[in-house]
Design a protein around this ligand. Sequence first.
Ligand code: DGP
Length: 111
Amino acid sequence: MECIFCKIFKKEINTKIIFEDDLTISFEDLNPVAPFHILIIPKKHIDSVNEINENNSIYIKQIFENIPKIVLKFNLKDYRIVSNIGPSAGQSVMHMHFHILGNRKMNWPPG
Ligand code: DGP
């Protein structure tokens, strides 16, 4: 079965898209854990941050250039970026993604 996030960026699944460009797409999380909770992913299947290398790091560059644009659009000044890597760290979808969480007080250390 194809990866659910690959289906999202190929528009095979209907999703509320927040921002999109040639390399990345950002959309609302299905199970939000904060009033503002979106995901940003590469439009290429990369399992996790652990698979980043010199051949695909352009996706990371683009993701992190886009995050300030996205949060500015939503007037979000304080926020948290999370990427879970591996099941015991909480990764449930094996397609690299960054959670952008905001509009509530964040705790530290995270759970
Ligand atoms: P993680 O647990 O870190 O791998 O985060 C995966 C997130 O993906 C989780 O917060 C829920 C979200 N998610 C899973 N399936 C879908 C989906 O089909 N659509 C959307 N919008 N989000 C999804």
